[in-house]
Design a protein around this ligand. Structure first.
Ligand SMILES: [Zn+2]
Ligand SMILES: [Zn+2]
Length: 255
């Protein structure tokens, strides 16, 4: 499988997945159509499907224009038939997606929205706005319990899983991470590295799940330092994982 990372809008990423045997391709989260069409032209790939992680316009904004250019399958969660333009394949946890000879698996990961899914192709996870590199999505529609369960589902994948998320937010996410875990040397080091990458305009996505577990405050409800920071910031803080996660999310909302 070839993965082409396409910068879209201000800070979104779309991903063109190409089966190298058949040249069939799918686009994950086309925020807009033109850059995708240009990439297709360059690669001479045969676009067969749109894989939407969730209905937000910055992930589906290119659907109509791409569908006007050719007929394609459109995948998204089965509950989002009236929110994802052109949805043909409503999917759910455990469903399979085929692109040429590539096989992907659907993970149902609600929290950011109620119909959020991820697509796992081998060691590549396309997880939209649920898990970000060094961050996680806002809880627009779901509860902390749901998001905690969704993130835990991702954490159960192999450590070398690559996190291809929907936005380039790593640098500001790490600035927030440092407020909660200033003594975590891996966070300090990652922030320095990411600053240097951004200074030369390089993407910081993807990252491995292993690095996320070590540095992403939204996956670190077990960290003593995070627990202490949250306790200092939130009166009456409870220490169970969901409560710690919920407070980290609320603190980020106000950051
Ligand atoms: Zn979103
Ligand atoms: Zn988004």
């Amino acid at each position: 499988m070839k993965i082409h990372q396409i910068p879209l809008l201000r800070d979104n990423y779309g991903y063109l997945l190409v089966c190298e045997k058949t040249n069939q391709a799918a686009i994950v989260d086309p925020s807009e159509a033109e850059p995708v069409l240009r990439k297709l032209e360059q690669e001479k790939a045969d676009l067969r499907a749109i894989l939407n992680t969730h209905h937000h316009r910055d992930h589906t904004g290119g659907n109509e224009k791409l569908l006007a250019a050719r007929r394609m399958d459109v995948y998204g969660h089965k509950s989002d038939g009236n929110r994802i333009p052109g949805l043909t394949h409503g999917v759910d946890q455990g469903d399979e997606v085929r692109i040429g000879e590539l096989k992907g698996e659907v993970l149902f990961i609600p929290g950011h929205t109620t119909g959020h899914v991820a697509y796992l192709f081998g060691d590549a996870l396309f997880c939209g706005d649920t898990l970000f590199t060094a961050g996680c999505g806002r809880l627009f529609e779901g509860t902390p319990e749901q998001m905690h369960a969704s993130l835990s589902k991702i954490m159960a994948l192999r450590e070398d899983t690559k996190i291809y998320c929907g936005h380039e937010y790593t640098e500001s996410n790490l600035r927030f991470a440092l407020t909660l875990e200033p003594k975590n040397p891996k966070v300090v080091w990652r922030y320095e590295r990411v600053q240097a990458q951004r200074a030369r305009g390089a993407p910081t996505v993807p990252a491995t799940l292993e690095e996320e577990k070590q540095t992403n405050p939204f996956l670190r409800w077990d960290s003593r330092e995070i627990q202490a920071s949250v306790k200092a910031a939130v009166p009456g803080q409870r220490m169970d994982p969901v409560s710690v996660f919920a407070s980290v999310r609320r603190l980020k909302d106000a950051f």
